[in-house]
Ligand binder design. Sequence first.
Ligand code: GAP
Length: 441
Amino acid sequence: MTDLMSKIISLCKRRGFIFQSSEIYGGFGSCYDFGPLGVEMKNNIKKAWWDEMTKNQNPPAGGIVGLDAAILMSPKVWEASGHLTAGFADELVECKECHKRFRLDELKMKKCPECGGQLTEPRKFNLMMKTHIGPVEDDAAFTYLRAETCQGIYVNFENILNTMRLKIPFGVAQIGKAFRNEITPGDFIYRTREFEQMEMQWFCHPKDAEKYFDYWQKERLNWYINLGIKKENLRIKEVPVKERPHYAKQALDLEYKFPFGWKEIEGIHNRGDWDLSNHSKYSGKDLKYEGYYPYIIETSGGADRSFLAFLCDAYQEILGGRTKTTKAVKEIEILLKLDKKIAPIKIAILPLVRNKPELVKKAKEVYQLLKPHFTCQYDELGSIGRRYRRVDEIGCPWAITIDFETLKDDTVTLRYRDTMKQERVKIKELIKIIKEKLNTQ
Ligand code: GAP
């Protein structure tokens, strides 16, 4: 674990972004809960993605509709998709001494990295999570938790085409949980066994597949950049043939430079006719469109991985501090420079001091005024400098201070997180001003 990752994990715990699952029972391996700030931020990421796909996108032709399919599906879906065979299995080795298990492709040496013991021969380990359905645990009543959300889209291809009266090309967007029995989960929320995907499946004529493959990779890269991730921390890597997923004709990894190295946050795949032709074969239902199987270009991102990328990219430490508080100057200040759309709390409302009831009363009125419109936090504890530091640390873009002038003229101080600039604004204009700021780039 790098020093920077330890600090980010500690901030997540301390400020209510992410908790270890089942912590009071000693934690449950590689599972995490998103706390009050985490859930707001993750919802903002998902909303930004959903709006991007279903509202803002203007591909050369066609449009994008949404879907929310069940996590549990017929086990036949997974036979047809190829996930039950070797294609969706990692090579696993076990240490003969300490019995720890490792992915072969992650090992740098031929001995156990934990204890130096001898390793077994590699064997294939399928990543699907099996689960029983109904009251009897017999072999006839089982299925799998979905390993990728997109299969729910493919099996609904015809339903969507017909009910929405669409023509090729068109896309279907979906956000939802997926599960994989990863051999080596780790790096905090980077690789877990339960995670959330944001997937868009673009159905097109085979002759247009390359064009859309290029189109979507550029769009996806720009989405991260427009939401504040630094260009130099993103790259697109072509996946070599032997490392491609079993369904992919072409595959790219969109990677982010995490403190633990360059790692994939999104996959862009040309799945050809793999899925629709296999589902036709296994279901007996002909899924051709005008006599051909549409090709599928998919953009497959992870809500959790992009959460971590946004967090890492925004995290800054300022030695000596930038706010003028007496004690704090020697401390390190944390500034989370999250994009305003992603920030979990948009506005902090702070009475200058808390021992003046008229200031507290007025501040609570401002809080009530703004709360229906924005995610707000009211805070009266500690010095004003310390409270600014607390809101900078959670990436809150604006803080409003209610002071003695407020009582005279109904104006407040609006403070900007990144510049610490302060301006005086009228309470009755606050909603309009903040809405305008939120909607501009
Ligand atoms: N439908 C294609 C597909 O699932 P993938 O490259 O296997 O492609 C897509 O996964 C994205 O899902 C990844 O880029 C990542 O963001 C997320 N993801 C996959 N496995 C994950 C895991 N174990 N933990 C967290 N996120 C994961």
